[in-house]
Design a protein around this ligand. Structure first.
Ligand code: NDP
Length: 284
């Protein structure tokens, strides 16, 4: 039987609708969530992401403040702006769109954002809180994946979970969130031996590698839930995931499409974190 599609487009619309209502009542009580988005340079992909984030803010009722800085902006200037936004009461969350130009140290910039406004959950304080199971903010992409798994109705507890990819923004925190839900988690990376064999063990398979259609249907356990984080633009402009959708959907029980799967959920989770930041900063 063909897999059911886990639509991030539909689920993110539901999440955003709930947030819109929540923000409506917050506004009535004088709390206005605000997201500052900093973009340095004019990378076209980053521009699209920033525009999508601003659009989501508008839909929900979150104020967005864009800071579009030139490619030549110095690290010191960027750090100064972050510091100013840390102090600004209108700003509940600060997002620095990555990647930054090579002359700016990303780690230094992430460290400069005060953890209470770090809605991407990249600051070591927030990463540590995720590790000990007491997060204020969940990292957006992995949190979106968790909501999609929940939507499938499959309980993570006791399941074999395989995460392919160990980046700080997706693979590693994803593994922690699955562990927090009592999954038995295996993390794979570029040095993993027999990747296909390990993937075939998975009841829940999350792939975040950045290699078009790396995982085929033949590497998927029949009935597995498959979450494809990858977004790869091919030469013909088509966007595909890290999983070969056509063969995987013949084997999986649930699968996310690309586009329209994890991507829209990432933005919805960013909005959720911004609303949470505004609440925390107002003692709620
Ligand atoms: P990174 O490049 O930071 O990490 C990729 C990971 O994949 C690394 O851990 C790497 O291993 C591993 N890897 C590379 N090749 C292989 C291989 N052949 N077999 C097994 N593992 C391999 O990528 P990100 O985590 O930032 O992103 C991954 C993908 O997800 C990208 O396509 C990106 O565009 C997409 N993405 C999508 C988002 C969304 O909202 N939908 C958000 C963020 C990312 P090693 O550590 O050994 O090098």
């Amino acid at each position: 039987m063909e897999a059911k599609i886990l639509s991030g487009k539909d689920l993110s619309a539901k999440v955003k609708e709930q947030l819109k209502q929540e923000v409506g009542s917050m506004r009535e009580n004088g709390i206005i969530p605000g997201l500052a988005v900093i973009i340095v340079g004019d990378d076209p992909a980053s521009r699209i992401y920033v525009n999508n984030k601003k659009k989501a803010c508008r839909e929900i009722g979150i104020e967005s403040y864009e800071y579009a800085l030139s490619e030549e902006t110095s690290e010191a200037e960027l750090l100064e702006l972050v510091e100013k936004l840390n102090q600004d009461n209108k700003v509940s969350g600060i997002l620095v769109q990555l990647p930054l130009p090579r002359h700016i140290n990303e780690e230094k910039v992430i460290l400069a954002i005060c953890p209470e406004k770090d809605v991407d959950a990249f600051h070591p304080v927030n990463v540590g809180k995720i590790m000990i199971g007491k997060p204020d903010f969940l990292p957006c992409t992995p949190a979106g994946v968790m909501e999609l798994i929940e939507e499938s109705g499959v309980d993570v507890a006791g399941k074999e979970c395989v995460v392919v990819g160990r980046s700080n923004i997706v693979g590693k925190p994803q593994s922690m969130l699955l562990l927090a839900k009592h999954g038995t988690v295996t993390i794979c990376h570029s040095k993993t031996k027999n990747l296909d064999e390990v993937c075939r063990r998975a009841d829940i398979l999350v792939v975040a590698v950045g290699k078009p259609e790396l995982v085929k249907g033949s590497s998927i356990k029949p009935g597995a839930v498959v979450l494809d984080v990858g977004m790869n633009r091919l030469e013909n402009k088509k966007v595909v995931g890290d999983v070969e959708f056509s063969s995987a959907k013949e084997v999986a029980s649930y699968i996310t499409p690309v586009p329209g799967g994890v991507g829209p959920m990432t933005i919805a989770m960013l909005m959720k974190n911004t609303v949470k930041a505004a609440k925390l900063q107002n003692g709620k």
